[in-house]
Design a binder for this molecule. Structure first.
Ligand SMILES: [Zn+2]
Length: 121
């Protein structure tokens, strides 16, 4: 049976890894995402934590809004990656009373992955 260190919360993005071993360093700017999926996961975690700064920094300057406003009433409950191929990531994010399906597009800029845009249905 696996032991769970209860002092180390698992990452909200659902990898099962601890926050410090998963999205934590990305949100803290101490590590860069090495794949679109990793960046997408960190952006989901930023939504969970209300980290607007991380969303802004990882959004392509061409497509990002001047002002990113998160709805504080939305409580995200889970993330499921459906497919991650090339520069796109398809995922389902669930919240209390809602569900969002998106195919996101990413681009590499100066060696760093950034979010470009997404198709939501
Ligand atoms: Zn994570």
């Amino acid at each position: 049976m696996a032991t769970v260190d209860r002092l180390q919360p698992t990452c909200p993005c659902g990898t099962g890894a601890t926050y410090d071993a998963c999205c934590g360093p990305l949100l803290a700017h101490t590590r860069q995402a090495t794949s679109p999926e990793q960046l997408m996961r960190s952006r989901y975690t930023a939504h969970v934590r209300g980290d607007v700064d991380h969303l802004f920094r990882t959004w392509h300057p061409r497509t990002r809004p001047d002002d990113i406003a998160l709805d504080p009433a939305t409580r995200w409950t889970g993330l499921r990656i459906v497919a991650a191929t090339g520069d796109t990531v398809e995922f389902v994010a669930t919240s209390e009373g809602g569900r969002m399906h998106e195919v996101s597009r990413f681009e590499q800029r100066a060696g760093r992955w950034v979010y470009v845009d997404g198709v939501v249905d």
